[in-house]
Ligand binder design. Structure first.
Ligand code: ATP
Length: 238
């Protein structure tokens, strides 16, 4: 398996407040990696750091063999790395179609916008029916699907998802996670997912990493961590 994303000795935070400490993390191409941890452990900060929204104070980040730490966030989608932020952050007063088109903003992507729209509506047929509807009118589940679809418009190689289940029913969460699993298994997409619904996310993940107070304290196969008593008691409410 080839390495797709690699963090070495990454520390990052907000001004004086240091949040992440000495993070080493390796994600293989086509794998689903889950980050699990309590509120405030630094999960969103980790995704923001990889996405270039926060500059690390030390360490390196390699994506697809090239160093990306310190790159501007708008450069990363062109390289194939896209973040779906918590809540999706759609533009509520724009239509679904307009939101999707915004996902293909780079000159290279824009040329093939029609093809890409067709591709994502094959993955999310429901969105096609909602093309002319305002994004703000979508249900929580549809909104999350639309946010993922928008991220796919630039045909990324790796998708990072921050808490895709927030505000969703267990049924909708299941659908969203199934879609994510499908994208990894069928389309070869690499996925890094932060999720509070630990039981559900471990069921689709290959690898899982436990973040505690800004440090990765355990990493391993999701199937093993899923059956670990300590993980079950601390993170799965068992
Ligand atoms: P949650 O599940 O609650 O979102 P998390 O694991 O994603 O938690 P982060 O949001 O990364 O955790 O937050 C980690 C720490 O960084 C927390 O102590 C938080 O208060 C702090 N923090 C987050 N965002 C900022 C910010 N913009 N400025 C200063 N501190 C921040």
């Amino acid at each position: 398996m080839t390495t797709h994303l690699e963090l070495s000795d990454i520390s990052a935070g907000y001004g004086e407040a240091s949040v992440l400490h000495d993070i080493d993390l390796t994600i293989a191409r086509g794998e689903i990696a889950a980050i699990v941890g309590a509120n405030g452990a630094g999960k969103s900060t980790l995704l923001s750091t990889i996405a270039g929204l926060i500059k690390p104070t030390k360490g390196s980040i390699d994506f697809d063999g090239s160093a990306i730490a310190g790159r501007r966030p708008n450069e990363l989608p062109e390289q194939g790395l896209v973040l779906v932020p918590e809540g999706g952050r759609l533009f509520p007063f724009m239509t679904v179609k307009e939101n999707l088109e915004l996902g293909a903003y780079s000159p290279k992507s824009r040329a093939t916008i029609a093809t890409r729209l067709k591709e994502v509506s094959e993955i999310f047929p429901l969105l096609r029916e909602r093309y002319s509807q305002l994004a703000g009118r979508l249900s929580g589940g549809e909104r999350q699907m639309c946010a993922i679809a928008r991220a796919l418009m630039s045909r990324p190689e790796m998708l990072m998802l921050d808490e895709p289940s927030v505000g969703l029913s267990p049924l909708m969460t299941g659908r969203v996670l199934e879609t994510v699993a499908h994208l990894a298994r069928e389309e070869g997409l690499t996925v890094l997912i932060v999720e509070q619904r630990v039981t559900e996310v471990l069921a689709i993940a290959d690898q899982a990493h436990i973040l505690d107070h800004g440090r990765i304290v355990r990493s391993g196969a999701a199937s093993i961590l899923q059956n670990d008593r300590q993980v079950q008691e601390t993170y799965m409410g068992m």
